[in-house]
Write a protein that binds this ligand. Sequence first.
Ligand SMILES: NC(=O)c1ccc[n+]([C@@H]2O[C@H](COP(=O)([O-])OP(=O)(O)OC[C@H]3O[C@@H](n4cnc5c(N)ncnc54)[C@H](OP(=O)(O)O)[C@@H]3O)[C@@H](O)[C@H]2O)c1
Length: 303
Amino acid sequence: MKIGVIGYGNMGSMIVNNILKLNLLLDDEELIVSNRHLNKFESLIEEYPEENLSITSDNKEVATQCQKILISVKTPQFKEIIEEIKPFLNESTHIIYTCSGLNFNHIKQYFDGKLSLVIPTLASTVTSNNSISSLARRKGVTLVKHNSKVELQERLFVEDLFNEFSYVRRIDNPIYFNEEENNLDPSDNELEISTIISSCGPAFIAMMIKKFTQTCSESSNISQDEIEDMILKTVIGTAMLKDDQGLSNEDIINKVATKGGITQEGVDLLDKKFNKISKALIKTLLSRYDEVNDEMNKTYLKK
Ligand SMILES: NC(=O)c1ccc[n+]([C@@H]2O[C@H](COP(=O)([O-])OP(=O)(O)OC[C@H]3O[C@@H](n4cnc5c(N)ncnc54)[C@H](OP(=O)(O)O)[C@@H]3O)[C@@H](O)[C@H]2O)c1
């Protein structure tokens, strides 16, 4: 079976490299990866000269040869791709796409077949020291949503693949979800909020580490690198207290902050100020989602 990937950017390359690093292709499986500029593939070809990988800049080649096609281009670029490959798709084609903000209804006029939305995360990047067991090496959360045409085996193909290196969270129960009836509560922001946490999250966490590093560095003679290293080790250690030992946030706060002590002052300050910033963040992002949805409606649902 040939599996196609169109778009070798941040997400496409992460997924392709994870598949190859973890040796996830079966003997009879082959990857065909296409990208607009071929120079992006230089290190991939050097690292994986095997026969079960081919690269191209011709998306039609992917569409004619593959039944499973993962499209991972920027959301506005999706339309030109689907228009380009549409003549080569048939009812057994399964399109798996990573484009945030693009829903099944948008795509339906161009391709009315099997569709899965997958929202991956940079946090799932596989590194050389990854563990052999998929449970131990999973990092980050991948969101997955299928339309009703996707059959059990096809759903499992997608979910099992991403479960190899991340925790898969299915957004709707695909068995009961009927996108034709559009029976989702419009105030249900499960996909958007989950995307903000799992896929935007690494950028927000990196931003918080950056800002905290800057402030600590301005208030001391310690180098930025040493500060960032200390913060990182503290973040990982704290996450493990929760993950390995099951401590709650309250447990951790109570164990670290003694009443009247220095930590408690900081905890109180964060308690007062952080609500405001996280509410503003979520509000801004949800309204950006609405704007993107309007833009997509204009682009895709033209009469
Ligand atoms: N980045 C994230 O953390 C993240 C997380 C979850 C979901 N997403 C979603 O995933 C999608 C991809 O994001 P990304 O960050 O991977 O974007 P990206 O880095 O910009 O990658 C897009 C890739 O698509 C290629 N491309 C564009 N037009 C093409 C065409 N006509 N034919 C073949 N290849 C084409 C580009 O090639 P060239 O560079 O050669 O032009 C580029 O390599 C977006 O819709 C985003 O919303 C991203």
